[in-house]
Design a protein around this ligand. Structure first.
Ligand code: APR
Length: 248
């Protein structure tokens, strides 16, 4: 039986499916993942929040990465994997999408905003670290070009992209929602994550402990393969496209 047929059967049998995505679902959109050869962390070091706050030069580097699109997290289009997940959501099979990604591609593929739980924020806009006012990049870029230290117009706080940096607290509401989804689903489907970053990668464990089936679709082995009910080393886009066609 093909991987698509096996996955389709599990999806047909499930009542409440939660999809959990990592950078691997976006590589087919041209966005490099983090830990594959040539991945983002092989090209640049992550910027820690405390360094961003401490150093104007680090803030300059962070904004330069944004406007030079060094990481490539913005400007890409959703691929077959995103569209397949959104189709499962619209069909009522998937109850929510928990994503570690910051590229907005689930939303861009038509997934309703309220169904996408972003654990690591979003790279498509900025926020004040102090008062949390949202800023659009079109208003930030001229200030970056003028070599300004970019601070909030309302409270003088530092403005940063709306991603969750290393050293930054996880968004509490999103983590609470994601944990509840993991606790109440009967199938937890991981798509394209090495599952090495906590607390996000603790969610499949919670789902498994609470009785859900755990399926991992990933090109490489992951940290949680040994507890998974099924591991499929496949390309996400083609696999999900074939799977959708086989669903009852
Ligand atoms: N199909 C299937 N698997 C894929 C594909 C694909 N088309 N492309 C890549 N992969 C797999 C890779 O083999 C890799 O194991 O996706 C996985 C992506 O893992 P990572 O690069 O570690 O990305 P991710 O798990 O999302 O990282 C989690 O780490 O640095 C932080 O905040 C960052 O959200 C990120 C978190």
């Amino acid at each position: 039986m093909s991987s698509a047929a096996i996955l389709a059967r599990h999806l047909d049998d499930a009542q409440r499916v939660v999809v959990f995505t990592g950078a691997g679902i976006s590589t087919e959109s041209g966005i490099p993942d983090f830990r594959s050869p040539g991945g983002v962390w092989s090209k640049m070091k992550p910027i820690m929040l405390q360094d961003f706050v401490r150093s104007r030069d680090v803030r300059r580097e962070a904004w330069t990465r944004v406007f030079n699109r060094t990481a490539g997290w913005t400007g890409a289009a959703p691929n077959a994997g995103h569209h397949a997940v959104t189709a499962l959501l619209h069909a009522g099979k998937v109850t929510s999408i928990i994503t570690q990604n910051v590229d907005n591609l689930h939303q861009d593929s038509g997934a309703p905003l309220e169904k996408v739980i972003e654990l690591h924020g979003n790279a498509a806009y900025a926020k004040c670290l102090n008062c949390e006012i949202r800023y659009e990049f079109e208003h930030i870029e001229p200030r970056w070009r003028a070599d300004e230290d970019i601070v909030c117009l309302a409270c003088d706080g530092l403005i940063k992209t709306a991603t969750v940096s290393f050293g930054q607290p996880m968004p509490e509401e999103q983590m609470a929602r994601a944990t509840l989804e993991a606790e109440t689903c009967d199938l937890f489907l991981v798509l394209g994550s090495s599952l090495v970053v906590r607390p996000a990668s603790g969610l499949p464990i919670i789902a498994k402990q609470d009785g859900a089936k755990l399926i991992i679709v990933n090109r490489e082995p992951t940290e949680l393969d040994e507890i998974a009910d099924l591991v499929l080393h496949e390309e996400i886009g083609p696999l999900l496209t074939d799977t959708l066609a086989l669903l009852k």
